[in-house]
Design a protein around this ligand. Structure first.
Ligand code: PMV
Length: 356
């Protein structure tokens, strides 16, 4: 689908740098088949402040290597822990590039959110690295257009982490074929902006209930959908929820938006609770927060809702016009359920940015 570009500029060195945000799925991707293709379509809000900043230095080697020469620096310190994952990624993406064994790479990366926050950095991390690699390829191929090939970035990001395909642009991204969305496909995520203005300034306050490492890696989690007794019903539910959500998004119907996104969050966790082996990734404090949010919504009529990732943290979603009241709720009632009273305020964003 994305043939490697022919290298015509054999530059001795090439520097590129991008930041890429995390994203939060509204319709969840859970279940995949090789290689990194989703079992059902998903849609996400692209975030703005939670992001990874990556600088890639490529230096020409004297001849073609028979291995990948990669140095990884995280927050200014040499890091060996991420290397196996990155080498695995390079092996997967090798067919799509012509220069990976002709250069040695130094990857310097840092996150704007704390490492130990329970927020997955794979989406922002792989998409930032993919953007750097594609910019490098474009420079080596003599492409002076200055226009990053965002579709190839999404395609390559996906091969690192499925949800990374959705971090490339914003405000929303759809990944996976869905009959109601023209151009949607399993190989790349596409920008989706048929949304009512009420969603333009949507906020996502991430309540950090558990900052520990994930108990189940997403690879294992997706794998558990293979023989899951409810798999087919779940995949159909995701398609149906997507159709309904698209209408809510275009009409600005917040009641439906809330019902569908909360149903998706709980369905994701229901899949984990009913797989074999089974997992409970929510914590008692996750449920306390949900109860408080529901109570607050009922009493005030403020359209605040939650969604969850594959973990205990709660993403609190609401239009910016309600920010004062929602932050008051968080600071008076919800903060006690957060580890070290820690939460992160983010909002809907628009994806990759070139760094100087
Ligand atoms: O991209 P992965 O393999 O880390 O999977 C992400 C899965 C969820 O975050 C639970 C849902 C989603 O669509 O992002």
């Amino acid at each position: 689908m994305f043939e490697p570009l022919e290298i015509i500029n054999s530059l001795s060195s090439c520097n590129t740098a991008y930041s890429s945000p995390s994203n939060i799925a509204l319709i969840k991707y859970w279940g995949k088949h090789p290689v990194q293709l989703p079992a059902n379509p998903s849609v996400s809000f692209t975030l703005d402040k939670c992001k990874t900043e990556t600088r890639l230095k490529a230096e020409k080697t004297s001849g073609t290597l028979d291995y990948f020469d990669i140095e990884v620096v995280v927050d200014g310190k040499a890091n060996e822990d991420f290397k196996p994952k990155i080498i695995h990624f390079f092996k997967r993406i090798e067919p799509y590039f012509n220069f990976l064994k002709d250069y040695r790479f130094k990857i310097e990366t840092s996150n704007t959110f704390p490492h130990s926050s329970g927020i997955a950095s794979s989406a922002s991390g792989f998409s930032a690295l993919a953007a750097c690699l594609i910019k490098t390829e474009q420079k080596l191929a003599g492409d002076e257009s200055h226009k990053l090939n965002l579709n190839k970035v999404s395609f390559i990001s996906r091969l690192g982490s499925g949800s990374a395909a959705r971090s490339v642009q914003g405000p929303l991204m759809v990944w996976g074929k869905h009959n109601d969305i023209c151009g949607s496909q399993d190989e790349i995520a596409i920008k989706y902006d048929h949304i009512h203005p009420v969603f333009h300034d949507y906020q996502d306050v991430i309540l950090l209930v558990d900052k520990g490492q994930k108990k189940v890696s997403s690879t294992v989690g997706h794998g558990l959908m293979n023989n899951h007794p409810f798999a087919n019903a779940r995949f159909k539910q995701a398609h149906d929820n997507m159709s309904a959500l698209l209408i809510a998004l275009s009409e600005g119907n917040l009641d439906d938006f809330i019902k569908i996104t909360e149903n998706e969050a709980l369905s994701l966790h229901a899949m984990m609770m009913s797989s074999n082996p089974y997992f409970i990734l929510m914590k008692p404090n996750t449920l306390h927060i949900i109860e408080h949010l529901w109570d607050f919504r009922e009493k005030t009529g403020i359209p605040v809702s939650f969604t969850l990732d594959a973990g205990a943290n709660v993403h609190v979603l609401f239009p910016n016009v309600h920010v004062t009241k929602v932050l008051e709720l968080i600071n008076t009632k919800l903060i006690r359920f957060c580890q070290n009273e820690h939460y992160i305020c983010d909002n809907i964003g628009d994806g990759l940015k070139a760094l100087s």
